[in-house]
Design a protein. Structure first.
Length: 101
């Protein structure tokens, strides 16, 4: 198994000529990070105990919506990831701990 892993990962390093991806695949790979991040975050925000949360009165949904709005309005000024994380925590923690949402 180690040999198969090594060969598949080293294939691109030992190729004699440069390897160019097709244009359609190169364009599609631009969206891979956001798709992977969405696949990780969406279940955390919308699912609780294997059930879909249909209510808008959800602390995770409210906090993530605030973070998305902050990013949207600050996108031209290159918003800091730290600011987005802190905003999410400052919105989520009081809603969850004090108001028990």
């Amino acid at each position: 198994m180690s040999l198969v892993t090594l060969l598949t990962r080293a294939f691109f390093l030992f190729a004699n000529e440069s390897f160019k991806l097709p244009a359609w695949l190169d364009r599609a790979l631009v969206f891979a990070p956001i798709a992977a991040l969405s696949a990780v975050i969406a279940p955390e925000v919308f699912v609780l105990d294997h059930h879909f949360i249909a209510s808008l009165w959800n602390a995770k949904l409210i906090a993530s919506s605030c973070c998305v709005m902050y990013f949207y309005f600050q996108r031209k000024h290159s918003p800091s990831v730290l600011h987005i994380i802190l905003l999410g925590l400052f919105v989520y923690l009081p809603l969850h701990l004090i108001f028990d949402i």
